[in-house]
Design a binder for this molecule. Sequence first.
Ligand code: SF4
Ligand code: SF4
Length: 133
Amino acid sequence: MNPPFNCRGCGHCCLNLIDAYNGCVSDADLQRWQKLGRDDLLAWVKTLELGPGNRLHTAWVDPQTGEDVERCPWLLDKLDGRGHLCGIDSIKPDHCRAYPEHRQHAATTGCRGYDKPAAPITETRQEGRSDEK
Ligand code: SF4
Ligand code: SF4
């Protein structure tokens, strides 16, 4: 049986897949953050008016410089240095929530969340064996 998805917290998707941190967020994302009063998140979204009824919410854009970021501003490093966490996990953008869309998507974009867990290290040497040289 194939193992279920298990995020390893490696941060690969957040660090290396540019769509994650330089993509578009949805109307639903904006509404969620507005409802929660998360002006700190909304400040990093730039809305482009492309025509009647056609708006694009681009994220993440540094509110100080107006430049696209090169790393997601909400990505945290684990204290032990062994991976990353999303600082806004429960309210993160829909496209982050949806990643990876399926096993094949994970495989082709470098996500190891569907990989089999590594086998535990087993102790094969018996302590105190008399035939040890
Ligand atoms: S690449 Fe996959 S395993 Fe790594 S943090 Fe992203 S979703 Fe989790
Ligand atoms: S919002 Fe969270 S899940 Fe999305 S790119 Fe940033 S740190 Fe990763």
